[in-house]
Design a binder for this molecule. Sequence first.
Ligand code: GUN
Length: 292
Amino acid sequence: MTILDGKKVSNEIKDEIAAEVQQMKNRGEKVPHLAAIIVGNDGASLTYVNSKVKACERVGFESTLVKLSSTISETELLKKIKELNENPDIDGFIVQLPLPEQIDTQKVLLSVNPDKDVDGFHPTNFGKMALDMSSFIPATPFGIIELLERYNVETKGKHTVVIGRSHIVGRPMSILMGRKGFPGNSTVTVTHSYTKNITQITSQADIIITALGNPEFLKAEMVKDDVVIIDVGITRVPDETKPRGYRITGDVDFENVSKKASFITPVPGGVGPMTIAMLLKNTLLARENHRL
Ligand code: GUN
């Protein structure tokens, strides 16, 4: 069994990006500049955005954090986005989700210039991805693809089961695994909350990608020997024995499933760290005007 070590690989990717930034500096070029808009004071969202800013520092990017009140109007937020769209110094930006109730998330995502949409959430980028055209790929799916590639996990002709159909992970992952090329060329089944007898499906899977947010949902009895497991779940489970009063748990019963798996991502330290590395990668691509 091989652990797909996202922490290690994400550090390698950040080192590669830092080296490219250093070369840009040596040539006297402008370094990539990522901006993030955060609306309100949600603890988890603030933690994520702060990690993104810190990651920018680590690789030598410039970063701008735009903090807005939770009571901001949709019009005001759209105005901020327009400013970032038009600011030539900003190569890419993200709007941290979720947004407060008074704001229409779809309208916000549609207002981001697709050329600066380093989250890959704009329908233009999503559509291009589905059509095998070059585009920004959302950071978490991009991170999973990168992990599979760097560990040379065979995906061709395999049966991949994706659990969850979210716009951020499940849906794009199902598209990417079925695309031509590597990693891809899988036969993909997407399961969700209305799927009947999920064990019948997971037990036929060569590769399982879970993005459910249901701690330790996937048990050893639900998988076959030598399965490849990609666990995207990150749930805070109350745990008095931990300093913060909680532990981070994935969708997979790691202790038992790992005994049957050929490859498996741990939580934490698997897919999570890859996400930020790939956001940086997308920002570098935006700076260079390249797409995947
Ligand atoms: N909220 C949860 N995941 C993400 C993400 O990848 N990007 C943004 N902008 N918000 C999120």
